[in-house]
Design a protein around this ligand. Structure first.
Ligand code: GDP
Length: 344
């Protein structure tokens, strides 16, 4: 039955009301049966900053959590222009053709810093968005990166409950967001391109150390030999780095997202990775430690939030902060004083 079947038959004046008051059990059922519109509504609840929506979202998650976890979670990063959206479109479509259901999420660091967006401004992955086996969701906006982190993680769980087998989480290479995405996925992929030859020196070693696979994109036409040379250079450097995943040697491959070349090999590498890490127990150990870290970071977020919203803290904080800045109080003294106020 098409998603819009029921709503489509209703007179317009009843539609809005029934959407606003849709009982939670209906939404849960809709998500579990893979209804994309209900999934989108559920994600909107999770992403909302309103207290009422948050509560409904948490209720939803509680019911759906037992149906999560059955996917491969793949993070994809690269500088703007590396070809991330082209790659995700080609890769996603190829997986859909093989019968997989693919969800694409994004962590857009820019929305938290400047309010603008690096990832979301252009129309992205149009073909994939239209594929009935795919679900493409832009980055949640607003709040600190920690908040975006929670929203993306919970969105990932909702997608799993809706039956998505492959979750792709995209982010731009500006540091912190990559660490955050690495902390929520099983497999992490770095998309690079050939440049003036000095890109390897400019590349932060830290980012290479997060990756399970380095993909040199745009290996097509005249660029093919240069892409192969770049691949060998990356491979050479990888020998000197810690692998991101215990028992898995980080690979470097070439591909052309535009022409769909090398895409099958990448999926094969991911399948090998899954087999190896599931056998060794590394896969489930990583998921457990990610869940633990998630709990810790949520506690930290909650306490921070409660601290800065405390009326006594709000009243006294500006003066105490000014005293620290002017050198009349040390930071430690200020913390002691603030904690006394907070504990009251
Ligand atoms: P993003 O900013 O990382 O998402 O990059 P885009 O996917 O928007 O790609 C940036 C540009 O590179 C676009 O003009 C793409 O058409 C082009 N591009 C992406 N992948 C390839 C590829 O495999 N080969 C070639 N020649 N161009 C590509």
């Amino acid at each position: 039955m098409p998603d819009s079947f029921n709503q489509g038959n209703k007179p317009k004046m009843f539609r809005k009301k029934s959407q606003a008051h849709q009982p939670i059990h209906e939404l849960i059922h809709g998500v579990k049966s893979g209804n994309r519109r209900d999934l989108a509504k559920a994600i909107t609840l999770i992403e909302s900053n309103s207290q009422e929506h948050f509560q409904r979202g948490q209720e939803l998650l509680k019911e759906l959590t037992p149906h999560t976890g059955n996917s491969i979670r793949i993070g994809i990063t690269g500088v703007p222009g590396a070809g991330k959206s082209t790659f995700i479109e080609t890769f996603g479509e190829s997986l859909c053709e093989q019968g997989y259901k693919v969800a694409v999420l994004a962590v857009d660091p820019s929305s938290t810093v400047t309010g603008g967006s690096i990832l979301g401004d252009k129309t992205r992955m149009e073909n994939l968005s239209r594929n009935p086996n795919a679900f493409v969701r832009p980055s949640p906006s607003g709040g600190v990166l920690g908040g975006v982190h929670r929203k993306t993680r919970e969105t990932m769980l909702l997608c799993e409950a809706a039956g998505y087998d492959v979750i792709l989480v995209e982010t731009v290479g500006v540091g912190q967001s990559e660490v955050i995405v690495r902390g929520m996925v099983d497999f992490f992929m770095l998309l690079v391109i050939t440049g003036a030859g000095d890109e390897l020196q400019g590349m932060k070693k830290g980012i290479m150390e997060l990756a399970d696979l380095i993909v040199v994109n745009k290996a097509d036409g005249d660029n093919l030999p240069a892409a192969e040379k770049t691949r060998r250079e990356y491979k050479g450097i990888l020998h000197f780095l810690q692998p991101a995943t215990k028992g898995w040697e980080t690979q470097a491959v070439t591909c052309s997202a535009l022409h769909g070349k090398g895409i099958g090999d990448i999926w094969e590498a991911i399948a090998d990775f899954q087999t190896a890490t599931k056998e060794s127990g590394v896969f489930s150990a990583r998921r457990k430690s990610q869940t633990k870290e998630w709990l810790h970071s949520m506690i930290a977020d909650r306490i921070l939030n409660s601290f800065f919203h405390d009326p006594d803290i709000k009243r006294n904080f500006p003066d105490i902060e000014a005293e620290v800045i002017s050198g009349r109080k040390t930071a430690s003294q200020a913390v002691e004083r603030l904690m006394e106020l907070y504990k009251k």
